[in-house]
Design a binder for this molecule. Structure first.
Ligand SMILES: Nc1ncnc2c1ncn2[C@@H]1O[C@H](COP(=O)(O)OP(=O)(O)OP(=O)(O)O)[C@@H](O)[C@H]1O
Ligand SMILES: [Mg+2]
Length: 321
């Protein structure tokens, strides 16, 4: 049996003294699509950063194609074929769409193979082909987001991690983003999709993982996720005391649930035991989670901005070190 493309085993992470992830285990099978959902501040972006090497794990293991990459720097992981597109967008405003793509692609694969990469990008995102001569800065916000995603696709990645690609985008642009993701997936790339609009991502995912307060609260087939998440969300307060995640633009509250381990390639995990949903029950991790960050950085729970050095990491970007 081949190793999964990505495997997290008991991964923890912290920002200084602030613990953000607690013993997270999950698997992305080869060519699979896994949805990572959860409230604001649940730790989704942190998990994505740990996987791609931007934030060090304080415990546990990250394996990429069966290889332990836990302590690897981000650029080394990226070179292996893992692309992480963080929240936000990163483009050159004064360059055209095609120039933006060409700069990125030629840096990564050289000028000779750039035309091939352009064809691939335009195939995945036809809107970019239509606007190839337009300046990046004059694209709509959603089109800029699409361009930032296309820029990291110089070579077909083995694993693409996307973080909140649909945030604030009009539905028609979200459709284009998701069509593009599926086109990339169609080339044999596994996807780990961080998303608050769970309906969107569950429509394309094989499996879903719910993070609550930095721990896995539920994992299972995407087709079962909708009802399971709804049952977790009914009635209670948001799981981390901050904004609950959205299913379709509405904002139902989430109830606290107890994490259960995720078995590799595994079956649906067990719903929380009856006592686990009490709002007063201990959370899935130590009490430090949910406290104020120990030092500056992105805005806290509920915020969506992140440091600019976490903007885009991929095989075509220079080493951050
Ligand atoms: N650089 C940082 N320094 C300190 N704390 C941080 C830092 N980055 C994130 N955090 C904290 O870690 C927790 C998890 O943040 P993270 O960004 O992973 O959440 P998220 O699930 O991606 O949330 P959102 O849906 O709002 O993007 C939050 O409480 C956040 O305030
Ligand atoms: Mg985030």
């Amino acid at each position: 049996m081949t190793a999964p493309i990505l495997e997290l085993e008991d991964v923890s992470a912290a920002y200084s003294t602030y613990r953000a992830l607690f013993g997270v285990s999950l698997v992305v099978p080869e060519n699979g699509i896994v949805a990572l959902v959860g409230s604001n501040g649940a730790g989704k972006s942190t998990l994505a950063r740990v996987v791609s090497g931007l934030v060090p794990a304080s415990g546990g293991f990250v394996r990429f194609e069966g290889q332990d990459v836990t302590k690897w720097p981000a650029h080394r992981i990226a070179r292996q074929g893992m692309v992480h597109v963080p929240e936000g967008r990163a483009i050159f405003s004064s360059l055209s769409v095609e120039e933006n793509l060409t700069v990125s692609f030629s840096r990564r694969v050289g000028r000779k193979q750039t035309p091939e990469a352009l064809v691939r990008a335009y195939h995945a995102f036809p809107v970019l082909a239509e606007r190839r001569k337009q300046l990046g800065g004059t694209l709509s916000g959603g089109q800029q987001r699409i361009l930032s995603l296309a820029k990291v696709l110089a070579v077909p990645p083995k694993l693409l991690i996307v973080d909140e690609l649909s945030l604030g985008l009009a539905p028609v642009i979200v459709d284009q983003v998701y069509d593009g993701l599926l086109a990339i997936h169609g080339q044999g790339c596994a996807l780990l999709v961080v998303e608050q609009q769970v309906d969107r991502v569950l429509a394309i995912a094989d499996r879903a993982v719910l993070l609550v307060k930095g721990a896995v609260a539920w994992e299972g087939p995407a087709r079962d996720a909708r009802s399971t998440l709804e049952s977790h969300m009914l009635g209670g307060a948001a799981a981390n005391g901050s904004a609950p995640f959205s299913t379709n633009g509405s904002h139902p509250a989430a109830r606290r649930v107890v994490p259960s381990p995720v078995s590799p390639g595994g079956s649906t995990s067990v719903p929380p035991p009856p006592g686990a949903v009490s709002p007063g029950a201990p959370g899935p991790g130590p009490a430090t989670h949910g406290g104020p960050p120990a030092h500056g950085g992105p805005s806290g729970a509920g915020g969506t901005s992140h440091p600019s050095d976490l903007w885009v990491v991929g095989p075509n970007f220079p080493s951050p070190n």
